[in-house]
Design a protein around this ligand. Structure first.
Ligand code: SAH
Length: 394
């Protein structure tokens, strides 16, 4: 077994069970991509078993902090079973659920989503890549599913020195699937859709939105960055009279229209706009448009902590415009999925937007990713999705 020796003082993070070891913390030691290594303190004390990734700034990710644990096929079977068992205990009101959420499930760089009887995985780390076959077998055994599709067409694989990969890993079948989420049906394209097909992390927030639209009687709703219309369906299910979906992707808007029809809603209640959201909001403001509820669920504006400042300005800008477009008493459901922007910073950004907009609003709900995308105590970086539901004062 190869050993990775840390510099003095660099053991603290692993001792707190944070699973990452950065390049700069390592005094000596090397291994092959994905190879299991013993990570030790400067004086040789055991800290963790991990996997080495020679090209990544995160040079080692820990598998286990237990010196007696062996990293073998059984280890991965246990981790997969533990992750699946957690989801069985959660009350997920959908046929689609995240089974494995990377570091939070002790399986760094691994995502597995279940859509009905089809599993979809993303492998973003040399360690999980090396154990992919064992993990695939363990997933089928733990879930009873017989097909597993790989969507490792991920930019981050470059940082790991891994090629992008896509296709069936186990079994095969259709890549266009239909699932039920809360009170609506969604079509998911696991081969072409975003992430593993769609945004499961927003599942419960879509339900919160449906409930809010119903409770507050929101008639006119604007869904910005609508993608395939998840929040649009939620608004229609909540009784909105008129919903506008705005996205810069034509195919996403076409899918949103199919979703409206699939769920039996009158097409006359839905309008799509193929536009840049920022430009659309500015134009709406110039024209004096107003809405009873607005969703802002943009793509990740900050990909790294270094981009957080520029991203903050972009978030502030759309939130300022969104707040100005609300009728008195209207609702804004606003989100960030940038890992570098935590809930506190996001709150500050939106507060700044409120000041600039001259809109006073109360936070009526704080939101995060659905619980099948858990954040663990040791790994706060996993807390990437944050959202606020605001009510403008009447
Ligand atoms: N709310 C969606 C997920 C949004 S994903 C859901 O619940 O499923 C982000 C979406 O923003 C993508 O569909 C992408 O096409 C769109 N997008 C990215 N930049 C945009 C821009 N500048 N203007 C409009 N849409 C944009």
């Amino acid at each position: 077994m190869k050993a990775i020796r840390l510099r003095e003082g660099k053991e603290r993070s692993l001792q707190r069970r944070h699973p990452w070891v950065f390049e700069g913390s390592i005094a000596k030691g090397k291994a092959d991509p994905g190879e299991t290594v013993r990570v030790e303190a400067h004086d040789g004390r055991f800290l963790a078993w991990g996997a080495y990734s020679p090209q990544s700034a995160i040079r080692v990710r820990a598998w286990s902090f237990d010196e007696a644990e062996r990293i073998d096929g059984d280890f991965f079977a246990r981790r997969v079973q533990r992750a699946v068992a957690l989801r069985q205990r959660l009350a997920v009101d959908s046929d689609a659920v995240r089974l494995v959420h990377g570091e939070a499930d002790g399986l760094p760089g691994l995502v597995v989503d279940r859509y009905g009887d089809t599993l979809v995985t993303q492998v973003g780390f040399a360690g999980t890549e090396r154990w992919k076959a064992a993990i695939a077998d363990a997933l089928l055994a733990a879930t009873g599913a017989n097909r597993l599709y790989e969507r490792s067409d991920l930019g981050v694989r470059k940082l790991e020195g891994l090629p992008e990969q896509q296709g069936w890993l186990r079994g095969d079948g259709p890549t266009q699937l239909q699932i039920r989420e809360h009170a609506w049906a969604l079509q998911v394209d696991i081969a072409q859709g975003h992430k593993t097909g769609t945004y499961l992390d927003q599942r419960d927030n879509r339900q919160h939105f449906a409930q809010a639209v119903r409770h507050y009687g929101c008639a006119e709703v604007l869904n910005c960055y609508s993608y395939t219309g998840g929040f649009t369906l939620a608004a229609l299910a909540g009784g909105a009279q008129q919903v506008t979906s705005v996205d810069s992707s034509g195919p996403a808007l076409a899918a949103a229209c199919r979703h409206v029809a699939l769920n039996g809603f009158d097409a006359a209640r839905h309008t799509t706009v193929d536009a840049d959201v920022n430009a659309y909001l500015r134009e709406g403001l110039a024209q004096g448009r107003r809405f009873d509820a607005i969703v802002l669920d943009p793509p990740k504006f900050a990909h790294t902590v270094a981009q957080a400042e520029r991203a903050s300005r972009a978030y502030k800008d759309i939130n300022r415009l969104g707040l100005k477009l609300l009728r008195p008493g209207g609702l804004l459901f606003t989100f960030s999925c940038s890992g570098g922007i935590g809930p506190e910073l996001f709150h500050k950004i939106v507060a700044g937007a409120g000041l600039d907009a001259g809109v006073d609003a109360a936070i009526v709900q704080r939101m995060a990713a659905a619980p099948d995308h858990p954040t663990t105590l040791e790994f706060p970086e996993g807390d990437y999705l944050t959202g606020l539901a605001l009510m403008a004062r009447a």
